[in-house]
Design a protein around this ligand. Structure first.
Ligand code: ADP
Ligand code: MG
Length: 489
């Protein structure tokens, strides 16, 4: 595995180059209708304290009952991370006091997690990949939420999130730059979304990261790390790593040493600040929860879930390259979301796949981005993109007219072939008509004709003029050939 950064990723300090070492603990909210140990709803955004069962409120005598769907989701995620699935795992109590934690402990998994070591392939560019090791994935409960800004004298607690299932996915310290860490989180997000096990919505807090950062001189053993808690966007993860690495380098170069501590990233100030030091670290007094039996299942149970997993992004990318001859870049873009690949394959159906990919990525995605729309809101369907590509492939319209056609389909809808027919957008392949336009341009511009003889790149100017005169409908190849022969170049 990549244990040493390439020179380009090192950070220059006063005493030489430094390498940053990063490991991430990602909390991913499990996609499930009800909570990990109760039947209360997990829906986001309900009125405070409306999705709370007696278990979530920790009423005396209430007993947790494991939600099998959450177990399945953790196994699916483990499979998608190519990780070891542990047939026996144990739920522990992690004891601490906090007003939004009515039980006085969080039920989590400590020594025996449901998922062990795995691996994620992370794309840094179309040609550069790194592998990031997964240490473990365990299931645990989310806590409630304290609200301190509703009144000047009181704090309020909302228990809607209390007991919602989380997967904590712990990476090995395998990342060596903010870029690598950001790419890892993006890939992990793509994977859980494919697997349908977490919606990956970082704005709603469904995916958040604790970022562990240390620095060292290349080749040295790992340095002391600091953990930056609860960073909730990919951009902030990158920023937090950059500023934290610089801070640590500054301290060490000034002769100081790094204290292992928990820090917070403040995006408005662009700095991290201490939350608690290791000395203040909690002693959670973990012990197996006596209310819950160890969680056990057999390989047959895992096999059923494995058989049901959808094709995952790495496999889909490889297939798109092999089956459709796409470039690694195009294939990589088209597997970022499951819906992208589905759209592309629906639009392709026996057509020129590279041309379809080009239209989907450049025209459609470009336009969707501009409007801030997701693919599921696209006014242009896969069948319509297919229709536009058919018209280009059969030389009925030029690429330029196709862009106008795309705009019409985007804003007005309709069948592309019908629109071209009704609005007279067909490309002129009749050389007689094109020739007339060519002759006219040549006759009007004797000076340019002379220049073109000396400088053949002037051809582009003539092509442009002819296209303009024909309303963009002349077949560009025919225009080129006619011009070349008439200009004698
Ligand atoms: P803890 O249980 O105290 O959180 P772990 O050993 O489980 O400690 O590590 C937590 C995270 O810290 C993991 O993601 C791991 O990859 C990362 N990590 C461990 N050592 C370092 C280090 N020296 N620098 C950066 N990250 C590290
Ligand atoms: Mg930890």
């Amino acid at each position: 595995m990549n244990t040493q950064a390439k020179p380009s990723k090192l950070i220059a300090g006063a005493t030489g180059d430094w390498e940053v070492v990063i490991g991430l603990e990602i909390h991913a909210q499990v996609t499930s209708k009800s909570k990990l140990f109760s039947g209360a709803s997990t829906e986001f955004g309900g009125e405070p304290n409306t999705h709370v069962s007696l278990v979530d409120a920790a009423m005396p005598g209430m007993l947790p009952v494991i939600n099998e769907e959450c177990v399945k989701q953790a196994i699916r995620t483990g499979l998608a991370l190519k990780a070891q699935i542990n047939h026996r795992s144990v739920f522990d109590r992690k004891n601490y006091f906090y007003p939004d934690l009515p039980q006085g402990y969080q039920i989590s998994q400590y020594k025996h997690p449901i998922v062990g070591e795995g691996e994620v392939l992370v794309d840094l560019s179309p040609t550069e990949q790194i592998k990031v090791g997964i240490e473990r994935l365990h299931l645990e409960q989310d806590a409630g939420k304290s609200l301190h800004d509703l009144s000047p004298n009181d704090s309020h607690v909302d228990l809607n999130r209390s007991g919602v299932a989380l997967m904590e996915i712990v990476s090995k310290p395998d990342m060596r730059s903010a870029e690598e860490a950001k790419a890892y989180v993006s890939k992990l997000r793509t994977i859980v979304r494919y697997a349908g096990t977490c919606d990956g919505n970082m704005e709603q807090g469904s995916l958040r990261a604790d970022v562990n950062v240390s620095v060292r001189k290349p080749g040295d053993p790992f340095g002391t790390r600091c953990e930056i808690k609860n960073v909730n966007s990919i951009r902030f993860i990158g920023q937090a790593i950059e500023v934290e690495a610089r801070r640590q380098i500054g301290i060490i170069e000034d002769g100081g040493k790094i204290d292992q501590e928990t820090r917070l990233y403040d995006p408005s100030k662009g700095e991290t600040r201490s939350m608690r030091s290791k000395e203040e670290a909690h002693d959670y007094r973990y012990f197996p929860d006596p209310d819950l039996l160890p969680l056990e299942f057999d390989q047959a149970y895992v096999d059923v879930l494995a058989a049901d997993l959808p094709e995952l992004p790495d496999e889909k990318k490889a297939r798109f390259i092999a089956q459709y001859g796409l470039t690694p870049y195009d294939a990589g873009v088209l597997v970022l979301e499951r819906a992208f690949g589905d759209y592309f394959e629906e639009a392709t159906k026996g057509r020129d796949a590279k041309l379809v990919a080009n239209w989907v990525i450049n025209e459609l995605f470009g336009r969707l981005n501009k409007e801030g729309k997701g693919i599921e809101e696209s006014p242009v369907t896969a069948a319509q993109i297919g229709g536009i590509v058919d018209l280009i492939s059969s030389d009925v319209i030029s690429g330029k007219i196709a862009k106008d056609l795309f705009e019409i389909v985007w804003s007005e809808g309709g069948d592309p072939a019908d629109i071209v027919e009704k609005r007279g957008m067909k490309q002129v392949t009749d050389t007689g008509a094109i020739e007339a336009a060519v002759d006219e341009i040549i006759a009007k511009n004797p000076d340019k004709v002379e220049q073109a003889k000396a400088k053949p790149t002037m051809l582009g100017w003539f092509v442009g003029q002819v296209m303009k005169a024909t309303g963009g409908k002349a077949n560009p190849q025919a225009v080129n050939e006619l011009l070349k022969s008439k200009l004698g170049i």
